[in-house]
Design a protein around this ligand. Structure first.
Ligand SMILES: [Zn+2]
Length: 166
């Protein structure tokens, strides 16, 4: 298990666009595993490579239904809209409501290099969109409403009732 340092707001790497992964090799798989370890160690529910200082299009997500490790995620379609509170491991102790599509279809490659299409809704859809935003250099605070500071109770990203985040 290897933990990486989570970069926080103000670090320029969080504002850069990550590059497509050309090949899912051992180094990428090991990075994805480190990202998952880092996410769990911080009680997160999602983490993008930018957040550990690496500009590759890689995300890890666990909405409570199992870990997804994805390379080059692309949103193919989205539907509906809903507004929910989010937080972010890179913007500690800050929460705000973000409006996002409710359902999405995402194409990505898993850690074995297989191409998959995931239909996600609710929390999973929200986390994946939050993480893809990171890959594009965006943070949830860019569009959040009613942002507030409060001590970390449940993490970036850990759902306490219906709180979101990644
Ligand atoms: Zn985040």
């Amino acid at each position: 298990m290897a933990l990486r340092t989570v970069r926080t707001d103000g670090d320029p790497v969080l504002r850069k666009k990550a590059k497509k992964v050309e090949k899912i090799d051992g180094a990428i798989v090991s990075l994805l595993k480190d990202m998952a370890d880092t996410m769990y160690a911080n009680d997160g529910i999602g983490l993008a490579a930018n957040q550990v200082g690496i500009l590759k299009r890689l995300i890890v997500v666990d909405d409570g239904d199992g870990l997804l490790m994805l390379a080059n995620p692309v949103i193919l379609s989205c539907e509906g809209s809903c507004c929910r509170e989010e937080g972010c491991l890179s913007v500690p102790e800050t929460y705000g409501e973000v409006e996002r599509p409710e359902k999405i279809v995402v194409r990505a490659f898993n850690e074995k290099g297989s191409r998959l299409e995931i239909e996600a809704d609710d929390m999973l859809a929200r986390i994946i969109q939050h993480e893809i935003d990171h890959l594009d250099g965006k943070l949830f605070i860019d569009t959040a409403k009613n942002t507030e500071k409060r001590p970390k109770k449940s993490p970036e990203e850990k759902p306490e009732t219906q709180k979101e985040e990644s």
